[in-house]
Each structure stands twice: as structure tokens, then as C-alpha cells.
Design a protein around this ligand. Sequence first.
Ligand code: ADP
Ligand code: GLC
Length: 476
Amino acid sequence: MFPLCKTGGLGDVVGSLPKAISELGNEVKLFLPLYGGIKTDKHNLIMLPEFEDIRLHIGEKSVFFNLWYGTLPDSEVEVYFIDCPVYFHREMPYTDDPDENERFILFQLGVIETLQRLKWAPDVIHCNDWQTSLIPVYLKTNYKWDKLFENTSTLLSIHNIGYQGRFSKNSIENAGLSYSEFYHGGPYELDGTFCFLKAGILFSEIITTVSPTYAKEIQTKEFGAGMEGVLSTRKDDLYGVLNGIDTNIWNPKTDNFIPYNYSKKSIKNKIKCKKELLKEADIEYNEDIPAIGIISRFAGQKGFDLMLTIAKELMDLPFQLIVLGSGEDKIEKFFELLAKTYPEKVNAYIGYNNKLAHWITAGCDMFLMPSKYEPCGLNQMYSLNYGTVPVVRKTGGLADTVKDYHEFNNKGNGFTFEDSTSYALYSTIERALTMFKDKKVWKEIIQRGMKEDFSWKHSAKEYVRLYGKASRVKDL
Ligand code: ADP
Ligand code: GLC
């Protein structure tokens, strides 16, 4: 929930969509674990003494939580924080620790127990990913007795089908659910594991994912990550809603993180941003050589391994490369080595740096996302609006937002390739580099990208429509 906490795009979405939903006239309350990294002082969060030490059972254990309260910065949207230091004060929000299932069972039970104490029944609970997928299950099982939730329906958004919350059978007991429902092919079982996401898909009224193309892709074996069969049983209730972006935060006209502001009417300052960025990276500016940016989690999903085998050939091409990211060791080492071997054209910052992310988005000429799969992707939308031309694999949300430029149709706002191969990646970069030389055409490509409206305006309305649908489905 940016700016309180963020590991990737979900943080941006949860930090901005609720504001748009609220602006459409809805009453919105948000829930988040009080992760260790959240600065309670900075964000004026307060502990609610009347809700101290609420006791829950995780299996045989008694666990206590406190409740904190605040508002989403720059808005009046209320946020409730489930505070349980033993579970949430860890280095990162998500872990591979053996009690990962318990952490999010506690969170989900905490949400429901808090609603009960607030005596507040939402029309719809909008759950995101496996970490909240048991809420729809609880409302139909362990909390079914509570009339408060009689008219509460659920909508589950899948941000990445690759993360499913699969745990051992014993975690059924931690969740307080019935073992009798755990059988081969049953609602909680997938490949012998207790799968939170599967349960969520089966128990929620409506399921969404974050782009129309990804909604189709995840119903196939290639992209479904084993969940395609489950999804096929809910295909009539599955919708693809493209993510929006927060245009107050990602806007070259007003962005405080970049050295010079600019707009589509005057992009001269974009070149100044590039010069400053390259100075910082100790790379010489040359107006004929484009700078390509990468900002990413280094996960297999992102497709950077396509670059590993063609590093030498790529480095023979006339471009400069600015990389910001962290994750898989292999990819971190690859970019570090590339920067060490070609310091005159490559700079790599391994780690997380929000300011630098804005700066790279503004200061580069192109932005590279060779994703194997990409549920939505936000960086290509930020780049388009900053006049930074995306070079992407045509998959998921990238396919829905980046239109391939072709010299014969003189349309398009970026460059795309279909096959997930090193050759396709190489030839598309080469194609973009060739077009970069044609200043007139390049400017038109930039202008088309900057004109795109990716604000939440459209998608927030679509969610509200689906909330209505979720309520009606529940009534049936
Ligand atoms: P995903 O959620 O799969 O990581 P998205 O494209 O939806 O991909 O969102 C990624 C978000 O995280 C963007 O806001 C991007 O700028 C940010 N980001 C990714 N890596 C870094 C990093 N190393 N430093 C700063 N921001 C980052
Ligand atoms: C996930 C996806 C990314 C998407 C983000 C927000 O992290 O990997 O494509 O943009 O969620 O929905």
C-alpha cells in the first residue's frame, strides 16, 4: 500500500485504486498488516486502545493482535492495521518462513474480527491475491452464523497467478477449517497442498485479474500455473480489469523526484533529465545514442534470462543501459558484471530506490520489459506517459497497453515481440534503435504514448460495476 509499504506493483494499485473508488462516492476502509517497515510516526498512525489484545486461535496457539488506524496519505480513505509483531515484524512483507500460512491466516481472521467489533458490514470485500483468499471462505463457513455479513459479498483480484499460497495439509488446522473438505479435487486441495488461492477462486462471488489479456491467458495451460482447471469452472465470473496509474504520483509535469519537469507539449526538459541521469551514472551523453532503462524485480517472470546468452551481441549495439532492480542472484550478478565490463555504457543499481525509479523513467529514451508473463505491469504505463518508449514482450497487460510501431502503418507507441526468445528480443531492440534515428517518427511515437490516459478513471468505474454484480450474484 504505497507510500506506506511496497514490494512491487500491488503496492501502487492498493495505494491508488481505493482513492478512485472513494471519489466515486463509496465508503472505503482498507486493511493491512502493520508490517515492521511501516513508519507509524511519519504517517500519523495511532493505536486504538479500545481494541487492544484481541485474541485469536491459530491451530492450538493463542495469538493476540492490536489495531492501529490512520488514513491513506493525501486522502481521507481510512486504513486499519492488524498489529501482531511476532508475525509482521520481519525483514520483508512476504517471507519463505515456515509460518507464512499462519501470518496471513492471522491477518484474515483479524480483518473479519475487526469488522465485527466495528459493527461495519461492507457490501463487498475486495480481496487481493492468496494472502486474503480465505476471507471469502470464512464468510461462507466459520463466520456464516454472523448476520452482520448476510449481505457482504467478495471479489478476489489475482495480481499474479504464479503466487498461490500453497501449504501443507496441516495448515488446514491453523486456518480452523474442516479437514473433511480436504480431499483430492476438493475446494481446498491442489496437488496435495492446501491452496489458499484455489479456495478463494471457488468461494468468491467475482474474480478479476489485472488485464483483459491476462484474464484469457491464465485459463490456458501455458500461463495458468496449474490453476487453469479451477479457473475454467469460474470462467463466467472472471473479468480482466486493466490497472490504472496514480497520475498525481507518476506525472512528468509535477514529479518532484526528477530534476526537470516536462509535458507532452514541451519535452525539451526530458533531455535535461537524461543528461543528469547519465552524469549520475558516469556515462557520456550522446544525442544519437539512446538510453534504455530497466526497473524491475528480478524474478523469472520478468524474462531477463533472455539477455544472458546474447550479452556480447547486445553490447555491440549502439545503446546505453541503466538498470535498477533486485531479486534473483543470477540476474543481479549478470547486470553487475555487465556494468563492470562495459562501464562506459551500462550502469546497474542493485537494490530498491523509489527516487531513482522516477528518474530512470524520465531520463531514458526507451524502457525494456521482456517479461515471460506480465499480469499487468505498471512500468510500461509510467514510461509511456513520460515519453519513454517501451520495448516489451507482447503478453498480459503489456499486450493491452503497448502497441507495436511499424513503419508501414505509422501507428504504435512502442515496440513489441511475440516469441519469448533471445533472438526476438535482440531483433526488436535493433528495430527500435533503427527507428530512434528518425527524429520525426520517434517524436510521433513519443507523443502517442504521452497522450494515453491510464488514470484510474475507467477501471475504478469497472470495479464499482463488478462490486454491484458481486452483490447481485450473492443474492441469487
Ligand atoms: P511487479 O508488481 O510484478 O513487480 P509492476 O510493473 O506492476 O511489476 O510494478 C513494479 C513497481 O515496483 C513499479 O512501481 C516499479 O517502479 C517498482 N519497482 C520495481 N523494482 C524497483 C526498484 N528496484 N526500486 C524502486 N522501484 C521499483
Ligand atoms: C503483480 C504483477 C504485475 C502487476 C501488479 C499489480 O505484481 O506481476 O504485472 O502490474 O501485480 O497488479
